[in-house]
Write a protein that binds this ligand. Structure first.
Ligand SMILES: [Zn+2]
Length: 241
């Protein structure tokens, strides 16, 4: 018996020696994308983690694309495993309130509580605290930016939307996304819209074919040296502090 085991071990040892090393074993760590050198674009997904987040994460992984998820505390609480996976797979996460009230119609205590409880829920799920805030509906005013500042976060809006929540149509979502894609753009999408998740393989393939590197919002804003409370991109008509 022991002879058998040792000859099996010997065979196994030979196999291990002869087998080529798996590609990932020796692969050098990939250099981060430099958006000053290449064409970058950030896809952002709001209101999640949505119920299709798992499929979306599979697609992003398959095409080596990164995304940013602006999460709602209430769904982080009900779907913590997705949040853990987002962080583990190199995506960025941001705070998108707990229950999605319009911050411009909320009192300061409510806004602070919405942000704080979501930070705590994300920390519990994935061990990290987001450093980006996207207020519900992308609506910000001076009060919102000041409170974001208290939490040491910039306010991140978007350069264009995919209109996915409106069309709920695979072809329309792809068409709109391709139409608004631009260098260093930040595009609004939603992982609770099934058609968005269905459209994603085709969208990513088309964007990559056009030379876009799909990166996180952090990669896009790196060069802008945003301070806590800054709003980016600055909306039309925004009056600075
Ligand atoms: Zn939202």
């Amino acid at each position: 018996m022991s002879r058998q085991i040792s000859s099996l071990l010997a065979i196994a040892a030979v196999c291990v020696t002869l087998a080529p090393a798996p590609a990932f074993a020796q692969a050098p760590k990939k250099a981060p994308v430099d958006c000053e050198q290449v064409k970058c674009l950030a896809l952002t997904f709001d209101d999640g983690p949505g119920k299709y987040a798992g499929t979306l994460l599979d697609t992003l992984k398959k095409y080596d694309a990164k995304a940013t998820f602006f999460l709602e505390g209430q769904y982080v609480k009900s779907r913590p495993a997705f949040v853990k996976r987002m962080v583990a797979e190199g995506h960025a996460i941001g705070n998108h309130s707990y229950k999605h009230p319009d911050f411009t119609k909320s009192d300061p205590a409510t806004i602070r509580n919405e942000i704080k409880t979501t930070q705590a829920e994300i920390k519990k799920a994935a061990g990290v605290e987001p450093k980006l805030l996207r207020p519900p509906y992308g609506l910000a005013d001076l009060q919102v930016s000041e409170i974001a500042g208290e939490f040491d976060m910039p306010v991140i809006l978007w350069t264009a939307g995919s209109q996915d929540w409106n069309s709920k149509n695979v072809e329309a979502i792809k068409k709109q996304t391709m139409a608004v894609a631009q260098q260093d753009g930040i595009i609004l999408m939603h992982d609770w819209v099934k058609q968005t998740v269905d459209a994603m393989p085709a969208i990513i393939k088309s964007l990559q074919k056009k030379g876009y590197h799909l990166v996180t919002v952090d990669d896009i804003i790196k060069r802008h040296n945003l301070q806590a409370g800054d709003v980016f991109p600055v909306p039309a008509g925004w009056s600075a502090k």
